[in-house]
Write a protein that binds this ligand. Structure first.
Ligand code: UT7
Length: 376
């Protein structure tokens, strides 16, 4: 018995921005970007909200929308169309929520008529979808297991969404980061199945980001009519508390010098090193937890941050690159959307077949990392 993936989908924004287009913004070129990252183009949501993208991806995962052509901007795969009212739980992973109340998950629930679902958002940076899927699997297992099931919400099906518009937290004048990111949404439906293994193991981890290698300050800010002495209308222009966050993130000097606060800052080399080790370790952990070996694995669907990180991890593991789903060329790094969009690509293209053993693996800010091993 286990939580089985019965649908997945993705949605990309309309505007495609090629590497060379970015020369209008920063000193860069296609040769550098493609050889160092594997990225050729990324999609930017200009007149589309994150919620609209998420709803499209989720509808594709339910079989309500989208094509079965992986090159289409909205596409999906399902074992058979999924009744919206059969979804019991919606989890929405994001670092760039369009709104905070209601949760993005609650809005998608409303948009798609998922009448019986409970809904919440979560943030585990680029590992968000893996965390979300693991939380969904744990809740399904608890609700359907013998111990304590009667005291919990009945739960058979969960919709897990990963959606981000990193374009909104990107410094488009910083060539070290801006060439890497894109927008998108991906989603998967998992169902509790008494006779199939489904998700066999998950491994979640958080290493302290002591050197602030990957940060982004909260981008929701309301002016406060208070100073330390009490009501102070003039204080609206400033928020002294932000100083503490800026210091904690090590960005106060940059902000004081006029730099943007709410953008992604990254020490690329540190993250590169962390990422290749974290991915390798997470894969080894789920193999150990299931007793499987690398020979049993038909497909690895990794976070699409940099093709070189994936190649490095493949080499370290001793796995052929053909085992890895590579979707980065057309998307860039889309954070929480990255793994579920690559998952949709793998299913829609027919790469993942019933009975295959698949590993999902990711890393990101936090520093989070994790992997899931499941049987398709
Ligand atoms: O989701 C998780 C988030 N992030 C990641 O996974 C990113 C992890 N890190 C990486 O992917 C890589 O470290 C980068 C792609 C960010 C950078 O690649 P790199 O091979 O580590 O390059 P570098 O930072 O060592 O820079 C090499 C050179 C530098 O020039 P100098 O100092 O050697 O003259 C940079 O200034 O490349 C230069 N450079 C660029 N040149 C053209 C940096 N960005 C660019 C650019 N275009 N966009």
């Amino acid at each position: 018995m286990g939580a089985v993936i019965i649908g997945c989908g993705k949605a990309l924004p309309n505007l495609e921005v090629a590497n060379d287009d970015l020369q209008a913004l920063v000193d860069t070129n296609d040769e550098w970007i493609s050889s160092r990252t594997g990225i050729s183009t990324r999609h930017i949501a200009v007149d589309e909200s994150g919620l609209a993208l998420a709803a499209r991806a989720a509808a594709a995962a339910l079989g309500m929308d989208g094509s079965n052509d992986p090159t289409d901007s909205t596409c999906g795969w399902t074992t058979s169309p999924i009744e919206p009212s059969s979804i019991d739980l919606v989890l929405f992973a994001t670092v760039t929520p369009d709104i905070v109340v209601p949760s993005c998950a609650a809005v998608v629930k409303r948009m798609l008529g998922l009448d019986h679902a409970v809904a919440m958002d979560l943030n585990a940076a680029c590992t968000g979808f893996i965390y979300g899927l693991s939380v969904a699997e744990s809740m399904l297992a608890a609700a359907n297991g013998a111990a304590g099931a009667a005291g919990r919400n009945p739960l058979k099906r969960a919709l897990v969404i990963g959606c981000d518009r990193l374009s909104r937290v990107t410094d488009w004048g910083d060539r070290n980061t801006c060439v890497l990111f894109g927008d998108g949404a991906g989603a998967a439906v998992v169902e509790w199945n008494e006779s199939a293994p489904g998700i066999m193991a998950s491994y979640l981890r958080n290493d302290d980001d002591e050197k602030n290698a990957l940060t982004c300050a909260n981008y929701i800010e309301a002016p406060q009519p208070f100073s330390a002495e009490g009501i102070d209308q003039a204080a609206r222009a400033t928020d002294p508390s932000l100083r503490f966050t800026d210091e904690a993130l090590g960005i106060h000097e940059a902000v004081e010098a006029g730099g943007m606060r709410q953008v992604i800052r990254m020490d690329g080399r540190s993250i590169f090193k962390f990422a290749s080790n974290a991915m390798t370790h997470a894969v080894e952990e789920v193999l150990r937890r299931t007793g499987c070996s690398l020979d049993d694995i038909d497909c690895v669907i990794p976070h699409q941050a940099n093709a070189r990180i994936i190649k490095f991890a493949a080499k370290k593991l001793g796995l052929d690159m053909d085992t890895f789903q590579l979707s980065i060329a057309n998307t860039g790094n889309t954070s929480s959307a990255s793994v579920p969009m690559a998952l949709a690509d793998a299913y829609v293209s027919g790469r993942v077949q019933p009975g295959d053993k698949v590993i999902l693996v990711a890393f990101g800010g936090g520093l989070t990392s994790g992997a899931i091993l499941y049987e398709a």
